[in-house]
Design a protein around this ligand. Structure first.
Ligand code: RP5
Length: 181
């Protein structure tokens, strides 16, 4: 995989305010039709200032690219991979089979089976090859889980996640107060 195949660090990326030559997270998806579901994951990584790359890797249409991406990921410096796919969603599981890195799967809702097919494809991994599966279309949680995984070795992320949680709490408590008015 060449840098130019990816939304490379110095290029403007959709939703990106942060760039780096050394991505720690790979955000991949089976098709550009998955982009709207996966962009929230990228936005979370932007928020926490975590360098990432964003690209398309199709398990079925580009199998050689899948093998190359997954096999080279750890050596290229990635520390976790977020993989989203719809339908017969083999991408996250196949990536997990070919890398020692943690893989987070995002089931993408397709046009026919409401994403339940993707959910089952991603979550029902055989013993030995885990994929941490988030809810259907929940790219945000995939991004947050990647941050938490990285936080184990990056104390600044622990603090940033505490702040994120406090803000969430504040938002809800603000709504509670508004309802009283
Ligand atoms: C999967 O097939 C992709 O992840 C996508 O969710 C689904 C449909 O792909 P397109 O036909 O829209 O390219 O591989």
């Amino acid at each position: 995989i060449s840098e130019t195949d990816l939304y490379a660090p110095e290029e403007p990326r959709p939703g990106s305010g942060f760039s780096s030559a050394h991505p720690l997270v790979g955000v991949i998806m089976g098709s550009d039709s998955d982009l709207s579901v996966m962009l929230p994951a990228a936005h979370i990584l932007d928020h926490f200032q975590i360098p990432y790359e964003l690209t398309i890797v199709s398990a079925h249409r580009t199998p050689d690219r899948l093998v190359e991406y997954a096999r080279s990921a750890a050596a290229r410096g990635l520390r976790t991979i977020i993989a989203g796919a719809g339908g017969a969603a083999h991408l996250p599981g196949m990536v997990a089979a070919m890398t020692p890195l943690p893989v987070i799967g995002v089931p993408v809702k397709g046009s026919t089976l409401d994403g339940v097919d993707s959910l089952h494809s991603i979550v029902q991994m055989p013993r030995g090859i885990p994929v941490a599966t988030v809810a259907i279309n929940n790219g945000t949680n995939a991004g947050l889980l990647a941050v938490r995984i990285l936080a184990a070795g990056m104390p600044r992320l622990i603090d940033a996640m505490e702040t994120y949680l406090k803000n969430l709490e504040g938002e809800v408590l603000g709504k509670v107060e508004k309802l009283k008015e």
